[in-house]
Design a protein around this ligand. Structure first.
Ligand SMILES: *Cc1c(COP(=O)(O)O)cnc(C)c1O
Length: 364
């Protein structure tokens, strides 16, 4: 049993995807066409923003990937005068490195803080302790697909006048209304909503922000050959938008299936395996268990034909890229990095496969 099989994940849509791609090929229009317009509208609507017919969405802008979605938002806030180089952004120490790279790359200073023990998500109390006179933003990551404690985080943000950028790369569909100032999305093929290549998007209720992101992502251009910002090129192409349009219709069902599998896994009682808590809404992009002897558990599963993954084996503060942090200690983050093991958990799994995983875990 593979950890993730993208062929099987996409198989139910094979005919629709091929038709959609063929239409794009035949249209002769490959960038900035009606597929991207439609998907921006649909994604805005799906995330709880008003969908406004066929015009360009004021609440959603598509871009090239998830890292760009984060970077473009931070860059737009800089251009809008809401952030400045050297400002501090509070980030979770326990995250995929992209969340933190986006901050560094924007000339801002990432300030990592420890997660909550139960959810492994950024802990509001630790955010409060990390606030200094230079803090301007918080970047919560809805890691593994579970929503952070957003009510509490928004309270802190309001109290200290901080911007909140949610890294939503792993949590498609976890909420019908997002509380942060902006959400950055990745549609990398393995995400809960995945394209057939790279794709991303930014959503926000702030139309100025969305418009600024749109311009920066298109060479900083406000009108053809008129450049307001030293922008970049970051676009979603028509092919990816067409694929996402097809798959979006089925996203809720896919998430429901992940939740169902997770609730079956949660019933496993084995002292050697710690199940994740489901304190907040969760769409189980990843089902993370903790085991003291992770290597042993992983080999045991592998020998019985069950592939697993680790998210993530080396936390950002111990990476060479962030050697300035190598003396820092984040014990909880390090503990998670040492013990975490991700079980297969996705909509293409059969009942038989799910029960096999449960059976094998029970006997460990
Ligand atoms: C996947 C991911 C990203 C980056 O998305 P890309 O589309 O690969 O650039 C950012 N943050 C998190 C938490 C992710 O899982």
């Amino acid at each position: 049993m593979e950890y993730l099989n993208l062929h099987n994940i996409n198989a139910p849509y094979e005919k629709d995807i091929k038709n959609a791609l063929l239409q794009v090929v035949d249209s002769g229009w490959y960038l900035f066409g009606k597929q991207v317009l439609l998907f921006e509208q649909e994604w805005a609507g799906y995330c709880g923003y008003p969908a406004e017919g066929s015009a360009q969405s004021p609440f959603c802008v598509a871009c090239a990937n998830g890292l760009d979605a984060l970077r473009l938002t931070l860059r737009a806030w800089i251009e809008l005068g809401l952030l400045a180089h050297g400002d501090e952004v509070i980030v979770p120490a326990n995250t995929y490195i992209a969340s933190i790279l986006a901050v560094s790359d924007s000339g801002l200073v990432p300030v990592p803080v420890e997660p909550d023990e139960q959810t492994y998500l950024i802990a509001p109390a630790n955010i409060e302790n990390a606030i200094t006179s230079r803090t301007r933003a918080i970047l919560p990551v809805h890691l593994y697909g579970q929503l952070c404690d957003m009510e509490r985080i928004m309270q802190i943000a309001r109290q200290h006048q901080l911007l909140v950028l949610e890294d939503c790369a792993q949590c498609h569909g976890v909420s019908k209304r997002y509380l942060g100032d902006a959400q950055a999305w990745s549609f990398y093929p393995g995400k809960n909503l995945g394209a057939l290549g790279d794709a991303g998007a930014v959503t926000s209720k702030n139309k100025d922000l969305v418009e600024t992101v749109r311009r920066i992502a298109f060479y900083g251009s406000s009108a053809k050959y008129v450049h307001q910002y030293k922008g970049v090129n970051s676009r979603m192409d028509e092919m990816q938008a067409a694929v996402l349009h097809v798959k979006l219709k089925d996203l809720d069902r896919c998430n429901q299936r992940r939740i169902e599998i997770a609730s079956l896994y949660q019933k496993v009682h084995n002292q050697k395996i710690q199940m994740p808590s489901a304190k907040f809404p969760h769409v189980y992009h990843i089902f993370p268990v903790l085991a003291d002897d992770r290597h042993h558990l992983q080999t045991y599963l592998e020998n019985l034909g069950i592939r697993t993954q680790i998210h993530y084996p080396i936390p950002p503060h111990l990476q060479v890229a962030y050697s300035e942090w190598k003396e820092r200690s984040f014990p909880l983050t390090e503990m998670i990095a040492q013990k975490e093991l991700s079980l297969p958990c996705h909509q293409a799994m059969t009942d038989e496969e799910v029960h096999r995983v449960i059976d094998v875990l029970q006997k460990y």
